[in-house]
Design a protein around this ligand. Structure first.
Ligand code: SF4
Length: 332
């Protein structure tokens, strides 16, 4: 059994017409201690999917499917059960650290109140633990930092403190939502390395949400690529990045700067990203896809196993390596 098991999750909002489907049949697995990447453009449903692990659904939405955390379906938990899960089994860090940090409260107050809200420990023990947490996320002079306020720190340091706050109750799963997006490249690398270190030290699993596949290369064990509320490709990260099979994954990778295209214009994905309001019929990527055939315009491709440890939702599979081998043999 995986720590997080999402099966056929569908989240929709009622409208005057057809419901607006934000997440459409998503299934994913996160094992204990695993670092899982969740990638795609904004509006692809990454954050809505991840928030479901904490039992948070968009206001007014309804959900079907299952979101099992440690075997129990979060979607059917009582408010009391959810309070027990949030922060303790699963915690979340957001792009803007000020979402988690109060600008008017000292770091000590924020961390110790968080600890004492979930654990029956003395004020002194909470202070000691707060120092430990700041040390864990490598805040220099942690004892001194306790008396400071969020505005005393740089963006990268604030993000580290937000991570410390999320780790207060030793969650088994940390969801990091675009937490490096607003940071400089070198600061990004430091945060990613920190998460890897904490994962190694604590055995905590991480779901890392990003629109930037470039940061996944050295970070995630496995990768889910989402487009318009659906998973379109899943596999071992290094394999997916080295040989993407879905045209959307390939287009995302081609749009990244790398050692082979330095100085060349980057290849933008044509057209606009599909949203829940304007999701095209069939494969939602078809208006932007150079490989689309008639079936792509009418039938939603199912996510199916292909090759070794890979899943793909594409009718055509234009980058199937077996096809290329066959072609080479046929053409000599
Ligand atoms: Fe392109 Fe069709 Fe595959 Fe969608 S299903 S990615 S439109 S080839």
């Amino acid at each position: 059994m995986s720590l997080l098991e999402i099966d056929d999750l569908r989240i929709s909002l009622p409208t005057d017409g057809a419901p607006r489907v934000l997440v459409d049949g998503v299934s994913l697995r996160v094992n204990e201690g695993e670092f899982v990447g969740l990638a795609g453009e904004s509006g692809s449903g990454k954050t809505v999917t991840a928030l479901s692990a904490l039992g948070f659904l968009p206001n007014g939405s309804s959900a079907t499917g299952e979101v099992r955390l440690d075997g129990t379906d979060v979607l059917t938990m009582s408010p009391k059960q959810l309070r027990g899960v949030r922060g303790q089994t699963v915690a979340m860090v957001f792009q803007d650290p000020m979402t988690s940090l109060h600008p008017m409260l000292s770091i000590e107050t924020q961390l110790t109140e968080q600890l004492r809200a979930h654990q029956s420990i003395s004020k002194r023990a909470a202070q000691d633990r707060a120092v430990q947490l700041l040390d864990l996320v490598r805040i220099p002079n942690a004892q001194h930092a306790l008396s400071a306020f969020p505005h005393h720190f740089s963006g990268g340091m604030r993000q580290r403190i937000a991570i410390a706050s999320a780790l207060a109750c030793d969650p088994r799963l940390l969801i990091a939502d675009e937490i490096t997006t607003a940071l400089d490249v070198t600061v990004q690398a430091g945060i990613l390395e920190l998460l890897q270190q904490i994962r190694r030290d604590t055995g905590m699993a991480v779901v890392f949400i990003t629109h930037d596949l470039g940061v996944m290369n050295v970070t995630a064990d496995s990768l889910y690529v989402m487009y318009s509320g659906r998973v379109v490709e899943h596999g071992v990260t290094r394999d997916v990045l080295a040989a993407p099979r879905h045209p959307y994954t390939r287009a995302l990778i081609d749009a990244l700067p790398n050692a082979h295209n330095l100085g060349e214009p980057l290849v933008a994905i044509p057209g606009d990203a599909a949203t829940a309001e304007n999701r095209p019929s069939g494969c939602a990527f078809h208006p932007r896809c150079a490989f689309a055939v008639d079936a792509c315009r009418t039938d939603v491709p199912a996510l199916r196993p292909v090759g070794t440890e890979r899943e793909l939702a594409c009718h055509v599979d234009p980058f199937d390596p077996a096809d290329r081998v066959t072609l080479l043999v046929e053409t000599g």
